[in-house]
Design a binder for this molecule. Structure first.
Ligand code: NAD
Ligand code: ZN
Ligand code: ZN
Length: 396
């Protein structure tokens, strides 16, 4: 290991690839770690969650090394690591989880109680997530490696599908979690808000869970065209603001069984301006009585860039009474990736889930990261995958 480089957040709309320190077997508070591994990063994706920080919509500090969607090869293992060896190819769940606390025991690895002194839940390269160094870099350290890492059973077969498998670190389990929490099953009618990578992953997940029809709503024409090409029903929210009518054109009634919010707090209203609660309110409107709503879209407790005063503290104008009246179920929060990544890996390895094509995985070099961020921010119908050592270019 030498010459580490990584994507560094410098301030609103500014990221740069810089020389950064080589990873150490050390926790953010300086404690020595014996349960971690050092990875040579094979692929690492840019996420809509990164964009919230890069747009200046969080309290992320300048100097933060970004990156929570990591796949890599073990090059060094701490003395307490028992299940992994040098050379293993692994997927890293974006959650940092200890495997030892109450919520980890329950399988709620998105809200581990032990890896972040300021709140429940840890992640790599993310504001308020415990200070774990990000992995949009050449090398990174992963703690509690035996618990967190998913090892691919066969390296050559994995490299042949690496553009799909790279989605296991976050967006595929996240879309799947959205669909599962919206209780999608055989014959379900489904509305997914947002045709970004998470929305497309939710749509793909709804399909393998047996949905009869999956509608994907957005304002972005390029993304809607891609959703249509992938076999989903595009809903062009730019047409008018009566979502129920557009749903009825597809399924005959203005309601669905299940809805998934893959947008989050930077949601746009029909008028063009931001309305952080618009998606949540629309989902309550179109979800049938006793239906379920999955909310992987991210909501914040502080939004310094919010237009309204209340939203600066994460307070939303939510019509919650409507959800109450219809007995809706809601589920939100960070995805517990470990609950789903092994099954989804098998679906990919056995050709059941072409997620790379569905999210339009687009491989670029680490040095091109700033361009990738810029293009993604403009709404390109692409999921950018960084290739720090040129391994994906070689595998293609
Ligand atoms: P993205 O920004 O690429 O996609 C969001 C899409 O929503 C955009 O295409 C945008 O045009 C569209 N949109 C805006 N307002 C809308 C509205 N009112 N109705 C429908 N669509 C609307 O982001 P992404 O990478 O796809 O991620 C989506 C969300 O999921 C983000 O908030 C991200 O932070 C979150 N996320 C959560 C988790 C988790 O663990 N829960 C994990 C990953 C991502
Ligand atoms: Zn992510
Ligand atoms: Zn824990």
């Amino acid at each position: 290991m030498s010459g580490n480089r990584g994507v560094v957040y410098l301030g609103p709309n500014q990221v740069e690839v810089q020389n950064i320190d080589d990873p150490k077997m050390q926790a953010p508070d300086g404690r020595k770690i014996t349960h971690g591994v050092i990875l040579r990063v094979v692929s690492t994706n840019i996420c809509g969650s990164d964009q919230h920080m890069v747009r200046g919509r969080t309290t992320a500090p300048a100097g933060l090394v970004l990156g929570h969607e990591i796949t890599g090869e073990v090059i060094e293992a701490g003395e307490d690591v028992e299940m992994l060896r040098k050379g293993d190819l692994v997927s890293v769940p974006f959650n940092v989880a200890c495997g030892r606390c109450r919520t980890c025991h329950e399988g709620h690895t998105g809200v581990c109680l032990h890896v972040n002194p300021s709140r429940a839940g840890g992640a790599y390269g993310y504001v308020d997530m415990g200070g774990w160094i990000g992995g949009q870099s050449k090398y990174v350290m992963v703690p509690y490696a035996d618990f967190n890492l998913l090892k691919f059973p066969d390296k050559d077969r994995a490299m042949a599908r690496i553009r799909d498998l790279t989605m296991l670190s976050d967006i595929l389990p996240t879309g799947f979690h959205g669909a599962v929490s919206a209780k999608v099953g055989v014959g379900s009618t489904v509305y997914v808000a947002g045709a970004g990578p998470v929305g497309m992953a939710a749509a793909a997940s709804a399909r393998i869970l047996g949905a009869a029809v999956v509608m994907v709503g957005d304002f972005n024409a390029e993304r809607l065209a891609h959703a249509k090409a992938m076999g989903f029903e595009p809903i062009d929210l730019g047409k008018h603001d009566r979502l129920g009518e557009m749903v009825a054109e597809v399924v005959g009634v203005p309601e669905v069984d299940s809805a998934v919010d893959a947008v989050g707090f930077e949601a746009r209203g029909h008028g063009g301006g931001e309305q952080p609660a618009v998606v949540l309110n629309q989902m309550m409107e179109i979800t049938r009585a006793a239906g379920s709503i999955g909310i992987p879209g991210l909501y914040v407790t502080e939004d310094p860039g919010a237009a309204e005063q209340a939203a600066k503290q994460g307070n939303l104008s939510l019509r919650f009474g409507l959800g109450w009246a219809k007995s809706h179920s809601f589920h939100t929060g960070q995805t517990p990736v470990l609950r789903y990544n092994r099954q989804l890996m098998q679906a990919i390895l056995h050709g059941r889930l072409n997620i790379a094509e569905i999210v339009n995985a687009t491989v670029i070099s680490l040095e091109q990261a700033a361009e990738g961020y810029g293009e993604f921010d403009k709404g390109a119908a692409k999921k950018f995958v960084l290739d720090p050592h040129g391994d994906l270019a070689k595998a293609a």
